[in-house]
Design a protein around this ligand. Structure first.
Ligand code: FAD
Length: 346
């Protein structure tokens, strides 16, 4: 089939669906993105911290995963050259672990793996982040790590896709995948049907019931994490910061963004977590900054059984493809490119 005749429905307009749609649009395929919410990027992507880089990962922890992450990060340079300047909220990450020895190991292991990462003394740290009251004695400075605004990047990808002819339809929940003779013929969304030669499930854990209805069991589970947004005075932090139990970065249009683990108490613990985090952040700076919580939310990250990306045609039904991966922001440009290639070359 000619690429211009290939009809693809992408289920889900999060960062993964947007990247797949944009990469597919460049091949000439006829793409429709269906999103159940009223706007794109309203799922987990809306609550993502947006750290792109190798951060605090140790190459010795999981060498193949570290290599994947490094390869995926490099795809952002390609994306920038094809899509234009990206919504970058901060460049460079300062990471300091519980002990200087651990930080030192992080630096030397990542340097050996080819990452541009430097050891910073407290004086050099203070030059980069002058408002931090007590700089750590030793920090790792990852020069090429950055923070992207995940919602803005998703919208940018979809705008590029739409300019190339992709249709994005919101308020449309895909209820079922339609098949005939063992191959995909489209999807059903309420009263509506969308014909397709290929259906891509980029709907996170919501891919589970759609695939299960066809007798396919996907190795996907969900784990919650928490995102908090704060109003804060401009210029309080300039980089990604990770240390003393805090993950912090500036927002692209001001304020601060912080990510945290899901509290042991569950959803009922979110208010307490937000209060503790507000106090903890305020205590890091001198003079104590004006800081007010704008939002705190837990979102459920789609994870795969073995931690590696699921990017594949599914068995038994021709034309059914899925992409689910964590960390999805880092991996989206890379997996979007590979998925588009798989689909048009099938
Ligand atoms: C607090 C937090 C911090 C994070 N930090 C990072 C980070 O620093 N770096 C990183 O790389 N990753 C991070 N992540 C993970 C990252 O956000 C996710 O991996 C990524 O956003 C997943 O994108 P997605 O497009 O697969 O899913 P989603 O954004 O959830 O998109 C799926 C879309 O499908 C739609 N949908 C679902 N079912 C249907 C249906 N039946 N029909 C139509 N539409 C449907 C949903 O509404 C949704 O819009 C973080 C996550 C959290 C929660």
């Amino acid at each position: 089939m000619a690429r211009s005749e290939l009809r693809v429905v992408v289920v889900g307009a999060g960062i993964m669906g947007a990247s797949i749609a944009w990469h597919l649009a460049r091949t000439g395929a006829r793409v429709t993105v269906l999103e159940k919410l009223s706007a794109p990027a309203g799922g987990v992507t809306h609550w993502s911290f947006g750290w792109v880089g190798t951060g605090g990962s140790l190459p010795s922890g999981d060498a193949s995963y570290f290599a994947l992450e490094t390869e995926a990060v490099a795809e952002f340079a390609r994306l920038r050259s094809q899509l234009g300047s990206l919504p970058i909220a901060a460049r460079g990450a300062l990471v300091w672990l519980d002990t200087e020895e651990e930080t030192s190991t992080l630096i030397s292991e990542q340097q050996t793996a080819g990452v541009r990462i430097e050891a910073l003394s407290s004086t050099r740290f203070a030059e980069k982040e002058p408002r931090v009251a007590v700089p750590p004695a030793l920090a790792a400075f990852a020069l090429d790590d950055f923070a992207v605004e995940p919602v803005d990047l998703t919208l940018q990808l979809l705008a590029g896709a739409q300019a190339a002819g992709v249709e994005v339809v919101c308020n449309t929940t895909v209820d079922a995948i339609e098949t005939r003779g063992g191959r995909v013929v489209g999807v059903r969304a309420g009263e509506n049907r969308f014909a397709a030669d290929t259906v891509v499930l980029a709907s996170g854990a919501s891919a589970l019931p759609l695939a299960a209805a066809l007798g396919i069991s996907l190795p996907i589970r969900e784990e919650p994490a928490v995102l908090m947004r704060f109003a804060a005075e401009p210029g309080l932090v300039h980089h990604l910061l990770c240390g003393r139990g805090l993950e912090l970065r500036p927002g692209l249009s001001g304020g601060l963004v912080s990510a945290a683990s899901f509290p042991d108490e569950g959803e009922s613990g979110l208010t307490g977590l937000a209060e503790r985090t507000t106090g903890k952040i305020a205590g890091q700076f001198a003079p104590v900054p004006d800081l007010s919580l704008l939002s705190v939310n837990a979102a459920y990250r789609p994870l795969t059984g073995d931690g590696l990306p699921l990017r594949t045609f599914l068995p038994g039904i021709a034309g059914l493809y899925t992409v689910v991966a964590h960390p999805g922001v880092i991996l989206a440009p890379y997996l979007g490119r590979l998925a588009a290639h798989d689909i048009v070359e099938a």
